[in-house]
Design a protein around this ligand. Structure first.
Ligand code: FA5
Length: 340
């Protein structure tokens, strides 16, 4: 019996070593140690042995079972380790893999236009300044010389947060912020979002973007304002673009003006898009800084003069890219966005 069990252990060991997966290893366990297994069969035969041989035989069979069990466990650990290593190898992330499902985004038309505008003015020696979208009534209206009864102050035109704070309806509040810093001369532009309770149509949005320009110096003149505007229009739209000035009124500039450019749809010939005028929608308002505004910010209006203007970034983008509706800029239609 001893020899038989020894041969069985050798046979089992050989078979176990050959197995490379857990399922066939389990099959081997059943083959040798299961209820009907080869080693278990010896236990069943003990009863047939003479009494004096029974304890010795039982001990031998149990030792054999434990030995085979040990070999099985050892092999099981090895197989598990091998499987894990294989899995790790197979699941290695290939960072160079190219997945077409991921699309790379880009700056929106508005942000591209804003960056282009800032670059043009930076090249002309202007500082680029940033400011908050929520501002005070003092910065937005009072110090900009807006009379208390000005329509833009009304609750129906402007989004108030409380009596003294609001979503800025124009970037002109940046004029006050920069002048209050007390550093002269000033040559700055500041672009960002503005908010108005305007009806949405092809040229109006309740949230749009402006770029404010302010120069304060000892001899800043209307001629300087005109040459700044003309240089900017040529840089932005090319040498062939024509512009016209129209007189206007703003409480914070005197005199005040508005600017249009050649209609981008017909090149100035006249078409339905420009109501046959040959001119675009209004692009910007500007003028010479009102002396009251300078004084409100502690600047001597006898010594210093200034010019300022505020342009609609969205409308500049519309003219630049020939868009006939401002809503295209905010609809997030990928067919539109992808073109830029
Ligand atoms: C102003 O906002 C003045 N603060 C501009 C200014 C600055 C004048 C400095 C003098 C000195 P206005 O309300 O006209 O002005 O707006 C300026 C520009 O913003 C317009 O010419 C237009 O291009 C754009 N704009 C105005 N309302 C809208 C709107 N609802 N949607 C899109 N663009 C608009």
């Amino acid at each position: 019996m001893k020899e038989e069990l020894k041969a069985l252990v050798e046979e089992a060991t050989k078979a176990i070593e050959e197995k490379t997966d857990l399922k066939s290893l389990e099959e081997l366990r059943v083959k040798y140690l299961g209820k009907k297994g080869k080693i278990t069969a010896f236990k069943k035969n003990i009863s047939k042995l003479p009494n004096e041989e029974k304890p010795m035989a039982g001990k031998l069979i149990n030792e054999t079972s434990r030995e085979v069990e040990k070999i099985l466990e050892k092999r099981k650990e090895i197989i598990k380790k091998e499987l894990l290593e294989k899995k790790i190898k197979e699941e290695k992330i290939d960072v160079t893999a190219n997945f077409d499902i991921y699309e790379t985004g880009h700056f929106s038309v508005i942000n591209q236009t804003m960056a282009e505008l800032e670059e043009i003015f930076q090249n002309m020696g202007f500082d680029v300044v940033e400011g908050p979208e929520i501002d005070t009534v003092k910065n937005v209206f009072d110090d900009l010389n807006s009379p208390k009864n000005h329509p833009s102050r009304s609750l129906s035109d402007t989004f108030y947060i409380d009596e003294d704070t609001l979503l800025r309806p124009h970037t002109s509040s940046m004029q006050i912020r920069v002048m209050n810093e007390g550093k002269l001369p000033i040559k700055m532009v500041s672009a960002g979002r503005v908010f108005r309770n305007d009806e949405v149509d092809a040229t109006h949005s309740p949230m749009f973007h402006q770029l404010e320009c302010l120069v304060v110096d000892e001899n800043a003149s209307l001629a300087n304002l005109k040459s700044t505007l003309e240089t900017f229009i040529k840089e932005m739209f090319g040498n062939d673009m024509k512009m016209r000035y129209r007189p206007h009124h703003f409480p914070f500039t005197e005199p005040s003006l508005e600017v249009d450019v050649t209609c981008p749809s017909c090149g100035g010939k006249g078409c339905p898009a420009c109501s046959n005028t040959g001119w675009s929608m209004e692009l910007l308002g500007g003028g010479m800084v009102h002396p009251n505004v300078l004084e409100n910010c502690g600047i001597d209006s006898e010594k210093y003069t200034g010019f300022a203007f505020g342009l609609g970034v969205d409308r500049i983008a519309m003219v630049k890219y020939g868009l006939d509706d401002i809503r295209l800029l905010f609809d997030n239609d990928k067919r539109f966005i992808k073109q830029f």
